[in-house]
Design a protein around this ligand. Sequence first.
Ligand code: MG
Length: 163
Amino acid sequence: MSKPGLRIGLGYDVHAFAPNRKLILGGVDIPHTQGLLGHSDADVLAHAVADALLGAIRGGDIGKLFPDTDPAYKGADSLVLLGAVADLLREGGWEIVDIDCVIAAQAPKLSPHREAMRENLARAMKIDVDNIGVKATTTERLGFEGREEGISAQAVALVERCC
Ligand code: MG
């Protein structure tokens, strides 16, 4: 018998770099020579956070909720999708307790944008900015992130059944 109360979720997402695309991470439009490819705005960080939340409530993933075959989500603002996921949790009687994330990118340098990303994500989910952490790392030039072929993001979310 499962215990009510706390649950954790893990989210992971990857998007490839492409020319003539904006680089949107955590809702921040970051100046760079290339952006991420995707049906939506390809905000890999927002997607990882949304999947962590959905994982915690065993609610599938954002690909299932917002299919990339649906023209309604073409160019979608991923913060809006993340807000919809947060609302879905609350409607199901869950409260978002805490979230932490890490972005793996060789370039550009992301630390100057970290606070803006935290604020955007917190606002989208209607949580306190203190309850979301965002970190960035390079992969020491290893792997697809290191070769600057794309960016990955991981997130963990702790949720609690509130009623
Ligand atoms: Mg994605």
